[in-house]
Design a protein around this ligand. Structure first.
Ligand code: NDP
Length: 322
């Protein structure tokens, strides 16, 4: 089968289209023929070595397709089932092993394969962030950094659905339109304005919570933008990892600081059912607009990474495989 593999950490050029043996299902595993894979910022961390993988390794964190093989001891899945699943950096490929506890059945007539591959990881991330990391409430003021991005757009929509006032940051006027269309009440061009100053002009007390997936370049401004008892949810490193932070700096405003990851919120079956169920309900009720920025081919994954890291994209990037 065709798959993207890296033999060393590095720039987009290390993403090589390779022929590999088609995987076979071990006990408790499924093999899925992938139609679409999502592209996520986390894939670039693994490619660059910010997060580590044994090498050589495939890449890709989510996909949607059809089950083609069912391992021993599997109940509830059969060959031919349409599924979306969270992979283990193995979904930029024609076939992948999918773990039972990270695989969800879909109805392609309701949720097409491309949208399923686009929504799973970022949708679950956004949903767990606004319901668990900081439980967004009616009337809250929320700041979403990089609001036109894949995860940012979904956080804006979910926070608005929960009744919050949303301020989003973006790097360009085109992206400002995307954030506004997603529901942001106010947009700050963080390439030109000071975020804490602009936030204070909008809401002088500061915001109740910040969702910050940008990391290094925005962390301080996020902390400054919070009101007393505010929550800083730092969930990513698009601009680099956040440098060491003095816990004492939380004291003046009695702040809460969290650095969550999706898998820590969907560790149990009950958690998975809750979040996938509520995410699918939002999609079913047309409460979430999933915006696919561009569909790339499997041999164009490097370009997808260049575009994502080059801040050229809004919404979601997907790879069409089959
Ligand atoms: P996005 O589509 O949001 O792309 C990243 C955006 O970050 C860019 O579009 C850009 O928007 C902004 N950005 C700011 N500074 C930089 C920079 N120096 N280089 C590149 N981009 C920059 O990506 P994702 O939605 O896939 O991911 C967003 C964040 O969420 C990432 O940090 C990711 O790791 C994190 N994440 C964390 C998860 C978790 O479990 N903790 C799960 C999923 C995602 P602009 O041009 O407007 O500045």
């Amino acid at each position: 089968m065709q798959a993207i593999q890296i033999e060393q950490e590095g720039g987009p050029e290390v993403l090589q289209l390779t022929t590999l043996p088609k995987p076979t299902a071990g006990p408790g595993e499924l093999v899925v023929r992938n139609h679409y894979s999502g592209v996520n910022f986390i894939d670039t961390y693994f490619r660059e070595g910010v997060y580590k993988l044994p090498l050589p390794h495939q890449l890709g964190a989510e996909a949607a397709g059809e089950v083609v093989e069912v391992g021993e001891g599997i109940e509830g899945f059969a060959v031919g089932d349409a599924v979306a699943y969270l992979g283990t950096q193995n979904t930029y490929a024609q076939y992948s092993i999918a773990a039972l506890n990270k695989t969800f059945k879909i109805d392609p007539a309701v949720l097409s394969y491309d949208v399923a591959a686009a929504i799973l990881l970022q949708g679950l991330t956004a949903h767990t962030l606004v319901t668990r990391a900081y439980e967004v409430k009616q009337g809250d003021w929320i700041l979403v950094q990089a609001g036109a991005g894949g995860t940012g757009r979904l956080i804006i929509q979910m926070a608005k659905h929960l009744g919050a006032n949303v301020i989003a940051t973006v790097s360009s006027t085109e992206k400002a339109q995307v954030a506004r269309a997603a529901g942001a009440d106010h947009v700050i061009l963080y390439s030109e304005e000071s975020v804490p100053e602009s936030v204070k002009n909008i809401v002088p007390e500061g915001v109740h919570a910040v969702f910050d997936g940008v990391g290094k370049s925005t962390f301080e401004g996020s902390i400054e933008s919070l009101r007393r008892l505010g929550s800083m949810v730092s969930f990513g490193n698009a601009s680099g990892t956040v440098p060491p932070f003095k816990v004492l700096d939380l004291a003046p405003k009695n702040l809460t600081l969290l650095r969550p990851q999706l898998y820590g919120y969907i560790a149990t079956e009950e958690e998975r059912q809750r979040h996938i169920g509520e995410l699918m309900d939002l999609i079913g009720q047309d409460k979430l607009d999933v915006h696919i920025f561009k569909t790339y081919k499997l041999d164009e994954v490097a370009q997808a990474h260049i575009d994502l890291q080059g801040r050229k994209t809004t919404g979601k990037l997907v790879i069409k495989i089959d």
